[in-house]
Write a protein that binds this ligand. Structure first.
Ligand SMILES: Cc1cc2nc3c(=O)[nH]c(=O)nc-3n(C[C@H](O)[C@H](O)[C@H](O)COP(=O)(O)OP(=O)(O)OC[C@H]3O[C@@H](n4cnc5c(N)ncnc54)[C@H](O)[C@@H]3O)c2cc1C
Ligand code: SF4
Ligand code: SF4
Length: 1007
């Protein structure tokens, strides 16, 4: 039998936790508490190999909420917490079987900026780039950098003492923390900033938690100073968690408790707010990209760059470079890292200089260039070439590529995926090259593949060996390799955790701190958190307790993934391959990446959330011996009456499938994830498959039927457009459609219709097939789509006119459904049928070598992506081009007059993510016509096909427009704005009451 069964939604929580959550409800706690299986799963992973399901997720709104959590928990000794920010930890730092306290949803405000005194006060959930967006106009930035800057929070940075590129100059997060507001596990609110030794000594005499903390810190940091200085390596990436050395200032006149909290990975307190030092942005920057014949050459050459006073030196190896070349990101950097003729570039150092002194930078660059020219001439140091840029935008593009390195490695094909577990080793930079050679030998001896990149200036190299975690034997290699690497870094005087913190690698704390200082850590933990309630097992345990540290060998995601049969894993590869790096949590409203996450701030509604839900759904099916591939093909679904009964029973019969359906329904199917996620987690591909299977058990809502059939209904309705529009304009009819179908703001059909407008001959394939090649040469076929043809016939008319004016003969193909709406709604058999029919005709035209041109990006791109996935080799070779792709290859006429109008291009997000060159190509085309066109950085408009017309999504749709488009649209007059997407034009019309033109219409007007 292959029918979708009911799946257990794991609603039962541990009794203690239930009681705690009930008690919390009786307090004035104002945040959210989420207990659904989906919400818990969404935070059960980070970017690590571990998986740990929490009992619930608590999302506080204020310091008082955090305090209430602590105070309430005082009655529940076994209730435990882990604070969470962006969840980008690489070693399970924020994972817990207890309660997740997520500060990122609500506690994310920049509270105060004091540019004069150079500080800022923020809530802990603020994302690092978000903070810098606020500081940039004032000429400042928060200096410690990290690759995850567009999703990691200040709370997470403080708690892991994050740092990254430029750390030699800019230091670590702890170097910039001026004061913290934290909440102790008993709910006490703690304000910390440096205090004099005298104040500390007085405080230490107090009979309070804070007094106990001060007493212990003095005993440890002063009493064990000598041992601390001897043990802590003299490296830029010093030994954090807990930072016993820098809790005292250099002349031992001050104690700073914040410094101990910084790097403590949530094992001491909840960090609620931070006062941070900010740094002026240097006026001038230069970046030299130096290319090498080997990675070793790049490593060995780096120290001389540091000696030449570079602000930072970053490196990547050939594996990373090659992966970048295959990614969308290469498009933006390819001119800055060009190939060297006759040489193979196998290593790259990115050397940055920045300063307020332009002449000083130019002098340094001139010296470096001379040395590099000499090296190239004499075949020295493996240098094969270099490129220089002073352009900040270009420099940022290179760093975006570098920051994407981890994600790029994740793209590695096959079952073995690069994993974080020994990924941030740090050794004194002078030892780095030798250390890396031994490290490589260690990995090579085990036959492992890996890519390397990192901060050579600080001696930190990121390495992710590729292993298949579904194979228990390979999983068993993790502790063994970790032990070997821990020994190797110790040999070179370094640390196994040079940058990302400890998490499940806390078991190495006693080794690296030594027995004596480790005992001191435990005493400090006892002073803050005697019952081990704060992120237990991380960093250390309370002194003389029976508690244990978490271990590298603890439960991993592989344990769950391997329960899914291999064939299912292969078939659902996009959902399996998500490695949790969190790039899809991008907050930037001008980025197309995941609009549904942006508008909900709910991690379930992200590509990562959706991939995780589907993986668990597949696993639960496997535990019931359901072969999902068979289930998908099955024609043996439930009868209509059974579906009705299941649907009516939804509330009585909990089913995890409903939770998965909820998050799939919230997806706009915009496909931004498929190109923006570094490992191409393509949610729409598995979303439609899930939806299909879900509705084999439950009844479909009427709106799905309406959307899926829109392509057959539109041509029928267009036979009586005025009649249909008459009803669409009536209030009662709109209300009826809203209430019965759940559809709103139904667009009006074009009057006159396309047929009435067009004066071109009817398309006749048989006649065309009789023509000579020369007779076909000037013919161009327009592939209709239902939206422009029936709702914006004027745009198609303009295309006909443009083609004609350019000296070609337009042939409008008869309308044939494309199938995209069917795919979006999971009518996959119907979609396959539609696609086969359309492909047949398009292939016949393709054989005549006639160009096929379509207008709407999402429909045209469907021919490329969904058609290929569904039809495979039966898709054929036809290619439907977008208007700009066709125009690009033409000899365009030189314009007679130049328009002064400055046009603003609002490109469709599917188009600009799948075809990253499209905006600049439109710009070039406009330039050839003597027109100026400026691409505008916007995210999703919120319409996304029919998403924004569905009543259940209306609020989100409008919210997205207000978030990402409204302000930008307001910058221009309606005549200036051009938009390539039908959905986008409709959304502007709905929200701002004017309809922008398609860029082709401007061209048609001026030619
Ligand atoms: C692809 C990739 C690249 C990375 N590159 C870098 C890099 O260049 N440099 C670097 O330093 N790190 C890097 N990291 C690691 C990670 O991004 C950092 O550790 C980051 O600081 C974590 O921030 P977060 O908000 O995601 O914290 P989370 O992962 O949510 O939490 C991290 C730790 O901080 C604790 N925590 C979070 N918020 C609070 C709070 N308010 N109060 C108390 N404890 C809290 C958690 O309990 C946990 O122990 C990288 C990670 C990935 C996936
Ligand atoms: S979906 Fe992609 S971007 Fe998001 S966490 Fe997974 S791998 Fe990273
Ligand atoms: S298709 Fe769009 S909305 Fe859906 S998960 Fe991907 S990025 Fe998010």
């Amino acid at each position: 039998m292959h029918k979708l069964p009911v799946l257990d939604p794991h609603t039962t929580l541990d009794k203690n936790y239930q009681a705690f959550l009930s008690a919390l409800k009786t307090t004035p706690f104002s945040g959210d508490v989420e207990i659904s299986y989906g919400s818990r799963l969404a935070v059960a992973t980070d970017n690590s190999i571990y998986q740990q399901l929490p009992q619930a997720v608590i999302l506080p709104k204020s310091v008082d909420d955090l305090s209430l959590i602590g105070k309430t928990a005082a009655q529940f000794p076994s209730v435990r917490f882990s604070a969470r920010g962006g969840g980008t930890g690489t070693n399970g730092q924020s994972l817990t079987p207890g309660l997740i306290v997520d500060l990122s949803r609500y506690m994310n405000q920049v509270l105060e900026v004091n540019a004069q005194e150079k500080w800022v006060k923020v809530q802990a959930g603020v994302i690092k780039d978000q903070l810098n967006d606020v500081l940039r106009p004032l000429g400042y930035f928060f200096a410690p950098d990290l690759s995850t800057s567009n999703r990691a929070t200040i709370g997470g940075m403080v708690s892991t003492d994050a740092s990254g590129q430029g750390s030699l100059v800019y230091g670590k997060t702890s170097d910039h923390v001026l004061a913290l507001t934290s909440v102790l596990v008993d709910g006490t609110i703690l304000h910390t900033q440096p205090m004099s030794m005298q104040e500390a000594t007085i405080l230490a005499q107090e009979n309070s938690t804070l007094g106990g903390i001060a007493k212990q810190l003095l005993a440890t940091c002063v009493g064990k100073r000598e041992q601390i200085l001897a043990k802590f390596p003299r490296m830029n990436r010093f030994l954090t968690g807990y930072d016993l050395e820098h809790a005292l200032n250099d002349d031992l006149s001050q104690l700073d408790i914040s410094r101990v909290i910084t790097g403590s990975e949530g094992s001491l307190v909840f960090v609620a707010e931070a006062k941070l030092n900010i740094t002026p942005i240097a006026k001038f920057k230069a970046l030299v990209n130096i290319k090498y014949d080997s990675f070793e050459s790049a490593l060995r050459h780096a120290p001389s760059m540091v000696a030449a006073q570079a602000t930072s030196v970053e490196t990547v190896d050939s594996n990373v470079l090659n992966l970048a070349k295959q990614d969308i990101v290469w498009h933006s950097v390819k001119d800055l890292i060009q190939d060297v003729p006759g040489k193979t570039v196998l290593g790259l150092n990115m050397v940055e200089y920045n300063s307020n002194d332009q002449a000083g930078i130019e002098q340094k660059i001139a010296e470096l260039s001379a040395r590099l020219d000499q090296a190239i001439k004499n075949n020295e140091s493996g240098v094969v070439g270099y490129q220089l840029t002073y352009d900040t935008a270009e420099i940022n593009k290179i760093y975006t590529m570098r920051k994407k390195s981890v994600g790029l490695l994740g793209k590695t094909k096959g079952d073995k995926k690069p994993l974080a577990f020994v990924e941030d080793t740090g050794v004194p930079p002078e030892n780095l090259a030798d250390f890396i050679m031994e490290f490589r030998a260690l990995l090579d001896a085990r036959g492992l593949k890996y890519g390397m990149f990192g901060h050579v200036d600080a001696g930190v190299l990121h390495v992710r060996p590729a292993l298949d975690m579904c194979d228990p034997e390979q999983e068993a290699m993790i502790p063994e390799i970790s032990d070997a690497v821990a020994a190797l870094v110790a040999k070179y005087g370094g640390l196994i955790w040079g940058e990302h913190g400890k998490g499940y690698r806390s078991e190495y704390s006693p080794t690296f701190f030594g027995e004596e200082l480790y005992a001191e850590l435990c005493k400090i933990k006892s002073a803050f958190d005697p019952l081990n309630k704060m992120n237990p097992g991380k960093i250390c345990t309370p002194f003389e307790s029976n508690e244990t540290l978490v271990k590298v060998s603890d439960q991993k995601r592989g344990k769950f993934d391997r329960q899914i049969p291999v064939e299912t894993r292969t078939s659902f590869e996009p959902a399996m391959s998500c490695n949790g790096n969190g790039l899809c949590f991008n907050y930037d409203k001008t980025s197309p990446m995941c609009p549904s996450f942006k508008i909900t701030a709910d991690r379930r509604h992200s590509p990562k959330g959706r991939a995780g839900m589907v993986r668990e759904w597949l696993r639960l099916l496997a535990t019931q011996n359901i072969d999902v591939n068979e289930l998908e093909k099955s024609t043996d679904s439930f009868s209509w009456f059974e579906k009705l009964r299941h649907t009516l029973d939804k509330k009585k019969q909990p089913d995890f499938s409903h939770e998965v359906m909820e998050v799939m329904d919230g997806c706009l199917a915009c496909k931004a994830c498929s190109s923006q996620c570094p490992v191409s987690v393509d949610v729409p591909s598995f979303r439609s498959r899930f939806i299909k299977m879900y509705y084999d058990r439950y009844l479909r809502p009427p709106k799905d039927l309406l959307v899926a059939n829109i392509e057959s209904m539109a041509p029928l309705m267009a036979k009586f457009p005025r009649f249909v529009n008459f009803f669409l304009q009536r209030k009662w009819f709109k209300s009826l459609i809203h209430k019965s179908v759940g559809y709103v703001d139904t667009p009006h059909l074009s009057v006159p219709t396309l047929q009435q407008r067009l004066q071109v001959p009817l398309f006749n394939l048989a006649q065309l097939q009789q023509l000579e090649k020369s007779q076909l040469a000037k013919k161009v076929c327009i592939v209709q789509d239902p939206f422009t043809s029936y709702y914006e016939a004027g745009v198609v008319e303009s295309l006909v006119s443009l083609i004609t004016k350019l000296g070609y003969e337009p042939l409008v193909l008869p309308f044939m459904p494309n199938g995209k709406p069917q795919h979006v709604k999971g009518f996959l058999q119907e979609f396959a049928h539609t696609a086969r029919t359309a492909a047949e005709l398009l292939n016949q035209i393709h054989e005549l070598e006639l160009p096929l041109v379509g207008i709407d990006p999402s429909m045209v791109l469907c021919y490329r992506d969904e058609y290929s996935k569904t039809l495979g080799q039966h898709r054929g070779e036809f290619k439907v081009q977008l208007v700009h792709e066709w125009l690009l290859n033409l000899e365009l006429p030189t314009p007679q007059t130049r328009s002064k109008m400055e046009y603003a291009l609002f490109a469709h997000c599917s188009e600009k993510t799948a075809l990253p060159a499209s905006e600049s190509q439109w710009q070039n085309i406009f330039a050839k016509f003597g027109l100026s066109l400026k691409p505008i950085a916007v995210g999703c408009c919120g319409m996304a096909g029919t998403f924004g017309h569905e009543a259940s999504h209306l609020e989100q749709s409008k919210g997205l427009y207000n978030l990402s488009w409204q302000q930008q649209v307001a910058q221009f007059s309606p005549e200036q704005i051009v938009a390539t997407g039908y959905s986008c034009r409709s959304q502007v019309a709905r929200m701002d009451k004017f309809k922008p033109k398609h860029p082709l219409q401007i061209l048609a007007e001026i030619v």
